[in-house]
Design a protein around this ligand. Structure first.
Ligand SMILES: Nc1ncnc2c1ncn2[C@@H]1O[C@H](COP(=O)(O)OP(=O)(O)OP(=O)(O)O)[C@@H](O)[C@H]1O
Ligand SMILES: [Mg+2]
Length: 397
């Protein structure tokens, strides 16, 4: 490669970041409604935020970018702190970490009986009052789903209540993987007025396009709209796969000394994505479809990935009919694959899917949504489906 090619190659790797949340506003794509929701809540005293959704949809990135925007545009001095919960955290350890990160000193006298919601409120208020300049605190508590102890979330709800009742200039942003707020904080009803709930869905087509365009423009590389649609279909709106496919497509074009991404580049990137998939994803795929004989499991799982889904990634058995017809080349009734769907919900095959909904409307869902793009790309590499068919199918969905 020439020095110019090498420099572009490196630049592509800097711009497309499949494994890391982003905090650069310029590179942050879409999410306008969610961003506005969080910013409004921060600006209003007494309001706090809970940001929830499937794994890998961009919750951490949104919370990081929001605090950057607030720092830039608010007149007050803003101090934002971001911490991650883990399985052994309780209320006490959580707040010790937050106070440490936020450089808030607490003395024995402040909380003689250990850390309590009132004690937290008092310490934050004392800290804000001691500043010369008017100051605002943003505390982002991420990975809330990791907390094992329900007392901790109850005490967090009490903390939100007291911070809100006393109009303290401190916003808590709770972030976690969940379908609904109850899963993260069962006591949310007691603080409903004070807690703004924001769902982070998968990315829409326009958001995926914006993510790619912003970065490709910096690289001076173009891409055909059909290939962008292909990335949308393959990634299933999960931004880390948009980054991954775009990165390898761009690098493939750069290596061939071209300024435009072509079909072969995207095909190369699919191969790379399958080869470089995380071990955990590959093994959950093999566990789900394994058999000594030739079975329908791989094709039914692929059809699950292509089935049209709601905002939370749920789909019905009936939604598999269309994709099954394309994959097998013939019309299939639900009875052809219902046995396989049930097996996917059993321990023996992962379970890779979970059932939800009532008897009227049974829904299915991937335990880990991130396996879906892998299954699709693996299906393409095995010849079960062409990538043109994947695009066609997702356009219909
Ligand atoms: N708005 C966005 N614009 C561009 N890239 C994004 C955006 N949101 C997320 N990403 C990218 O998507 C990937 C996942 O983002 P992030 O880690 O923020 O998701 P998450 O929901 O916090 O994931 P998890 O549930 O695993 O904690 C990262 O590669 C990140 O760079
Ligand atoms: Mg995260």
């Amino acid at each position: 490669m020439t020095p110019e090619q090498l420099s572009l190659f490196v630049k592509a790797a800097e711009l497309f970041t499949p494994s890391a949340p982003i905090d650069d506003q310029q590179l942050f794509a879409g999410r306008t409604r969610q961003l506005q929701g969080v910013i409004t809540a921060i600006a209003q005293k007494g309001q706090h935020v809970i940001l929830f959704g499937e794994r890998g949809t961009g919750k951490t990135s949104l919370s990081r970018v929001t605090s950057k925007i607030i720092k830039e545009y608010f007149e007050k001095s803003v101090h934002a702190v971001h911490i991650n919960c883990d399985g052994i955290d309780d209320f006490d350890s959580l707040w010790k970490t937050i106070f440490h990160e936020a450089q808030i000193e607490i003395t024995e006298g402040d909380m003689p009986n250990g850390i309590t919601p009132e004690g937290v409120r008092f310490s934050i208020q004392k800290n804000l009052n001691s500043q010369q300049q008017e100051k605002m605190l943003i505390l982002i508590i991420d990975e809330l789903n990791e907390l094992r102890d329900s007392l901790t979330t109850q005490l967090l709800a009490d903390t939100i209540k007291t911070l809100s009742d006393h109009c303290i200039d401190c916003t808590l942003i709770l972030v976690g993987v969940a379908d609904n707020v109850e899963e993260l904080i069962a006591e949310h009803l007691s603080i409903e007025r004070a807690l703004v709930q924001i769902l982070m869905p998968r990315m829409k087509k326009e958001e995926v396009f914006e993510l790619m365009d912003k970065r490709l423009e910096i690289l001076g590389i173009t891409i055909d709209p059909n290939l962008k649609s292909a990335v949308m279909a393959l990634s299933q709106g999960l931004p880390s796969y948009v980054h991954l496919l775009s990165l390898h497509s761009a690098q493939s074009a750069i290596s061939a000394n071209r300024k435009s991404i072509e079909t072969t580049d995207l095909q190369n990137s699919i191969g790379m994505a399958v080869q470089k998939a995380q071990h955990s994803i590959v093994s959950s795929y093999h566990k789900a479809v394994s058999s000594n004989q030739k079975t329908l499991y791989p094709k039914v799982l692929l059809a699950c990935c292509l089935a049209s889904k709601d905002e939370l990634g749920c789909f019905t058995a009936a939604a598999l009919k269309g994709p099954m017809k394309i994959i097998t080349g013939k019309s299939c009734e639900i009875s052809t694959f219902s046995r396989h769907l049930n097996a996917f919900c059993e321990e023996e095959r992962g379970p890779i899917l979970s059932k939800r909904g009532d008897s009227q409307r049974k829904m299915l869902r991937f335990f880990n949504p991130v396996v879906q793009p892998y299954v699709i790309m693996h299906g393409i590499s095995k010849g079960y489906i062409t990538y043109e068919q994947v695009i066609g199918e997702s356009a219909e969905a």
